[in-house]
Design a protein around this ligand. Sequence first.
Ligand code: MG
Length: 251
Amino acid sequence: MITLKSPQEIDVMRQAGRIVAQTLQVLKEVIKPGITTIQLDALAKRTIESFHASPAFLGYRGFPASICVSLNEEVVHGIPGLRRLRNGDIISIDVGVYYRGYYGDAAATYPVGEISPLARELLEVTEQSLYRGLDMAYPGKRLYDISNAIQEYVESRGYSVVRNYVGHGIGSEMHEEPQVPNFGIPGKGPRLETGMVLAIEPMVNAGGWQVETLADKWTVVTSDRSLSAHFEHTVAILEDGPIILTLLQEG
Ligand code: MG
């Protein structure tokens, strides 16, 4: 069942979302060659807790850290550790918080120092695809209008969308119905309604769409080890269209 959120609930989710955005902003500012991903994790936890929120991923199905950090060919769910960022890496950071009974969830991929033209274009295309999807998030549209807009744009630029992992509804649970794939047939899927809140999160590979999970049972990588990027926002569908809840300012 897809739960519709009241304006009051969306207001709390906006506060949760702003904490997510502020945490990503803090992390973005310290990303540079030499820093370890576990240092980023510690900083994220401190930042989230300073807002009287809690890191939603910590302990989720046994996940051992507060954020997911996925470098280069890693797609999602990378575990922070002693690895140091190097010039030319791209790093995807996924932040989830729990605040006053509701969740916020967002991700972004950042360059470390100077990155290759291919990596830069992959980041641009992935972020842009999220906004192509968002353009479809109006009451009366269908869910897969969002999915298809993302897929069409990504594939038109020569990249591929991951099939095995998808976006999701979000609210008092981190993962609610519906699933929000980054591929699909336009005009299909549940009808979008005012009060739906979705985490839209294209995962885009420079090579093929196939992925696999490493022996740590968490880290998802591209099967062909091509680069992968990930952008995500928590988005509320209102009468006049979508608003992004995971922004620093009112959006
Ligand atoms: Mg998510």
